[in-house]
Write a protein that binds this ligand. Structure first.
Ligand code: ADP
Ligand code: RBF
Ligand code: MG
Length: 200
C-alpha cells in the first residue's frame, strides 16, 4: 500500500469558489493516449486542446477540480431523461491540464476523470466543465503506483471540497453554486441551422 499523500483534503473557502474560478471549458470527448487508464480504474475523458483557444494558453498546468456535465445519448446506460437540465447530467470531476511529466508528453492535454461509474464509454459526447479550483502542480513519479495514489487522493479532495453547500450545484445537487451554464440547451449546430434557415 502506498502512503496517503500529505496535503490538504479540502480546498477553497466555505463561502464558495473565488475568482478567477469558476472557469469554463467545453468540447466533444476525443480519444486520448490509449494508455489503458481505464484498466487502472481512472479513465480520463480527453478534450481537444486547440492552441487557438485562449484559456488553454493562459491557464497554468496542473490538477483542477469542479463539475462536469455530459449530454449522454438515450442509448447510454447512465442516460436520465432530465428535461429541466436540457438532457445534461452534472457530476463531480478532477482533471489534469498539461504535459503529464510522468509520461513526458510533448503536447498539452486536458483530461477529465468523472467521479461516477459509467456502464459504457461516451466518446463524441459533449462535455462541459466548470472548474472551481486548483489542487496541485503536475508531478513526475518514481512509479505508476505513486501516480495512482496521488490521483486517488485528488478524487477525495474533489469529493470533500465539492460537498459543501456553497460548492454544490444549484441545478442538480440542491446547493448554491450557479451551474446554469452546464445545463443550458445545446446550441443548434451548423447543419440544423441551415435547415432552419431553409424553412423560413
Ligand atoms: P483514452 O486514452 O481514449 O482517453 P481512457 O482509458 O482514458 O482512454 O478512457 C477514457 C474513456 O472512458 C472516456 O473517453 C469515456 O468514454 C470513458 N469513461 C468511462 N467512465 C469514465 C469516467 N468515470 N471518467 C472519464 N471517462 C470515462
Ligand atoms: N500525470 C502526470 O504525469 N503527473 C501528474 O501529477 C498527474 N496527475 C493527474 C491527476 C489527475 C486527477 C488525473 C485525472 C490525471 C493526472 N495525470 C498526471 C495524468 C495521468 O498520467 C494520465 O491520466 C494517465 O494516462 C493515467 O494512467
Ligand atoms: Mg484519457
Amino acid at each position: 500500500m502506498s502512503a496517503t499523500p500529505n496535503r490538504p483534503l479540502i480546498i477553497g473557502p466555505s463561502s464558495g469558489p473565488e475568482p478567477p474560478y469558476p472557469l469554463r471549458m467545453e468540447g466533444k470527448v476525443i480519444s486520448g493516449f490509449g494508455r489503458g487508464s481505464k484498466e487502472l480504474g481512472i479513465p480520463t475523458a480527453n478534450l481537444p486542446v486547440d492552441d487557438s483557444l485562449q484559456w488553454i494558453k493562459d491557464i497554468k498546468s496542473g490538477i483542477y477540480f469542479g463539475w462536469a456535465s455530459l449530454g449522454l445519448p438515450s442509448s447510454h446506460p447512465q442516460h436520465h431523461s432530465s428535461s429541466q437540465t436540457n438532457g445534461f447530467q452534472i457530476y463531480p470531476m478532477v482533471m489534469s491540464i498539461g504535459y503529464n511529466p510522468f509520461y513526458k508528453n510533448t503536447v498539452r492535454s486536458a483530461e477529465v476523470h468523472v467521479l461516477q461509474n459509467f456502464g459504457a464509454d461516451f466518446y463524441g459526447v459533449e462535455m462541459r466543465l466548470l472548474i472551481t479550483g486548483f489542487i496541485r502542480e503536475e508531478k513526475d513519479y518514481a512509479g505508476l503506483e505513486a501516480l495512482i495514489a496521488d490521483i486517488n487522493f485528488d478524487c477525495e479532495v474533489a469529493k470533500r471540497s465539492l460537498e459543501r453547500e456553497e460548492w454544490l450545484a444549484r441545478e442538480q445537487k440542491g446547493g448554491k453554486l450557479d451551474c446554469a451554464w452546464l445545463v443550458r440547451p445545446s446550441e443548434v449546430n451548423g447543419e440544423e441551422e441551415k435547415k432552419l434557415e431553409a424553412k423560413v
